[in-house]
Design a protein around this ligand. Structure first.
Ligand code: NAD
Length: 280
């Protein structure tokens, strides 16, 4: 039976370390501050934004919230971002996704100054990451790396297989694992013989967005299985991409959903905000 990787414990461990770091920065007159923009009334976005604020409170990071109405235009949002880019008291800026349809998401994300782009979505920051010179690390993939590190799971030299090639999870996950000297394979919706590839993984990362997508016969005995998925099953209950019950019988380590990767994403956002404050 696999060891369950407890994302909440690892989150608390990291947040406590950051709390001490923020207190030391405050003594030097540095006050990390995260500006979070939320547009409209998406209930899931509201939960995420509240969780981000709670993590700021835990670490001593100042949080500012900018709640804009559903009908906000791209230009209005860009105007706010320009203001926050120019505000020396703001270390990091985050625009909660998804944005309402009328807003040009790419334009908005590219307007956030790369030095305040704590989500690490700006093309400049992704480019830097790809040449191993990142200022920020992408939050969810970096959260996965921290879980592995905490558990003492070696990545160097290992065969890592990632299912999913999104810009937010799959691709940056591959970059971080490559930087950590893994041999990386990225699978996606057009991959042929998927199970054959996933069965070769020492570390398997699922970022698909389909409940129970990874079955036990796709996993090698003793593999480490990281479930990034956050989905709702037929009963509307939160679940990941991995058939947890069956896969846990075969894996050496496994992350649960909820309580695995999820808590680490916001934790790494706090890390990036502190980095931004130190660099400003
Ligand atoms: P996405 O929809 O952008 O990408 C999904 C990827 O899965 C695509 O690259 C696609 O090629 C691949 N895929 C789809 N069907 C496939 C198939 N049959 N075989 C192989 N590959 C297939 O999603 P995303 O933004 O990368 O998110 C993935 C999941 O992770 C979602 O459940 C999302 O909610 C979750 N997520 C969690 C966190 C977190 O903090 N834990 C953060 C971001 C996303």
């Amino acid at each position: 039976m696999a060891k369950i990787i407890d994302g909440k414990t690892i989150r608390d461990y990291n947040l406590n370390l950051m709390k001490e770091e923020v207190a030391a920065l405050n003594e030097q007159g540095i006050y990390p501050c995260l500006a979070v923009i939320i547009v409209g009334n998406n209930p899931a976005s509201r939960v995420y934004v509240n969780n981000k604020k709670a993590a700021c409170d835990k670490t001593g990071i100042i949080s500012r919230e900018y709640a804009l109405p559903e009908e906000t235009t791209t230009d209005e949002l860009l105007e706010l971002i320009d203001k926050l880019n120019a505000d020396d008291e703001v270390s990091g800026i985050l625009c909660q996704l998804p944005l309402p349809q009328q807003i040009d998401k790419e334009k908005v994300l590219e307007r956030i100054s790369p030095s305040k782009d704590v989500d690490c979505f700006h093309p400049e920051n992704i480019g830097r990451l790809s040449i191993g010179n990142g200022i920020f690390l992408p939050c969810t993939p970096n959260g996965v790396m921290k879980l592995l590190e905490y558990e003492g799971i070696e990545v160097a030299g290992k065969r890592c297989v990632i299912i999913g090639r999104s810009n937010i999870v799959g691709k940056p996950m591959a970059m971080l694992m490559l930087a950590a000297n893994a041999t990386v394979t990225v699978c996606h919706s057009r991959t042929e013989n998927l199970s054959e590839i996933t069965r070769q993984a020492d570390i398997l990362v699922a970022a698909v967005g389909v409940p129970d997508f990874v079955k036990a016969d796709m996993v090698r005995e003793g593999a480490v299985v990281i479930d990034v998925g956050i989905n709702r099953n037929v009963n509307e209950r939160l679940c990941g991409d991995v058939d947890f019950k069956e896969v846990a019988k075969k894996a050496s380590y496994i992350t649960p959903v909820p309580g695995g990767v999820g808590p680490m994403t916001i934790t790494m956002l706090m890390r990036n905000t502190i980095t931004a404050a130190k660099n400003s």
